[in-house]
Design a protein around this ligand. Structure first.
Ligand SMILES: Cc1cc2nc3c(=O)[nH]c(=O)nc-3n(C[C@H](O)[C@H](O)[C@H](O)COP(=O)(O)OP(=O)(O)OC[C@H]3O[C@@H](n4cnc5c(N)ncnc54)[C@H](O)[C@@H]3O)c2cc1C
Length: 267
């Protein structure tokens, strides 16, 4: 049997980045552990070492201003319940607040949900619709990655192995909505998720949980009524089939849920 992974628990971001630079992809960052624990328990991964982010105070916190700043280690429950987020970015509070159960939300983090790039997660579509950027740091420097470029496919991101997400910056919108369509239990992941945001004359509609990355077609939103745009999204997306619905079923749901999201956005 393979030895248990080495446990690294730096207390500063600089120390964590130096360890990542030194160990390369041998060291796997560990945030809330809700995704990694399942992979480790089933022995789907056997990392040489785990780099716990839990002691790094600089990765926590939620701050507001022109933009919302969510620390990578902020928990879903912190985002859901934050008066600041509820007041200025209510659709973000909602997208984090409909994830699984309070037990999962008390553990799962903002950085973890973006870095695991699960196609059926709730927050990524909302963050894409709002034009949010992830701030990634390595020992070599810092860069901002729009969330729509961060998630590149099923469980794949454009992060380098020596980079950590340190925070997520979310611009304000005039109005935004998040709709989660479930086909199984109330605590399940979405069959289809639709996030929509309006800023000035621009409307962004992003469909999640139907393909490897959030689906966004700016050219389809420029004219037409809500029902027409819903039909266009259903035509444009080639949805996956999984336990939550077939591809044909998802196409029908996309048309309806995009229309409903746009109608809600207009109220
Ligand atoms: C029972 C259950 C139900 C769920 N239902 C839903 C649901 O309905 N909707 C939904 O959206 N999600 C759902 N989830 C998914 C859950 O939200 C994710 O597992 C969670 O967001 C991952 O966050 P974490 O902090 O636990 O990440 P971890 O498990 O600690 O890490 C996940 C991945 O991200 C990497 N990572 C973590 N933090 C960083 C960072 N700062 N920088 C770089 N890489 C990093 C890790 O190395 C790992 O590869 C569910 C999970 C469970 C267990």
């Amino acid at each position: 049997m393979r030895a248990a992974p080495e446990w690294l628990a730096p207390s500063s971001l600089e120390e964590a980045l130096a360890l990542l630079a030194e160990r390369g992809d041998e060291a796997l960052p560990l945030a809330g552990g809700t995704f990694l624990a399942a992979l480790l328990n089933q022995r789907l991964i056997e990392p040489a070492c785990l780099l716990s982010l839990a002691r790094i105070a600089a990765l926590g916190g939620i701050e507001g201003g022109e933009e919302l700043r969510l620390g990578a280690m902020a928990r879903h429950r912190d985002v859901e319940l934050s008066p600041l987020v509820r007041e200025g970015w209510p659709a973000v509070a909602r997208a984090f607040g409909v994830v699984a159960s309070p037990r999962v939300r008390n553990q799962a983090t903002v950085g973890g949900v973006l870095a695991d790039a699960d196609y059926a997660s709730d927050p990524p579509a909302m963050l894409c619709a709002l034009g949010a950027r992830a701030v990634a740091r390595s020992a070599a420097g810092v860069r901002e990655i729009p969330v729509e470029e961060l998630i590149t496919g099923y469980y794949e991101t454009s992060l380098r192995p020596d980079e950590l997400i340190v925070e997520v910056r979310v611009p304000r919108a005039d109005r935004a909505v998040y709709r989660k369509f479930r086909t199984r239990s109330h605590e399940d992941r979405p069959c289809v998720a639709v996030a929509a945001a309006r800023r000035g004359a621009e409307t962004r509609v992003v469909v999640g949980a139907v393909a490897g990355r959030p689906q966004h077609f700016p050219e389809l939103c420029r004219d037409g009524d809500a029902a027409e745009i819903g039909r266009r999204y259903a035509d444009a997306i080639e949805p996956i089939a999984d336990v939550r619905g077939s591809a044909a079923y998802r196409k029908r749901v996309i048309a309806v849920e995009v229309r409903r999201a746009l109608e809600e956005l207009a109220t």
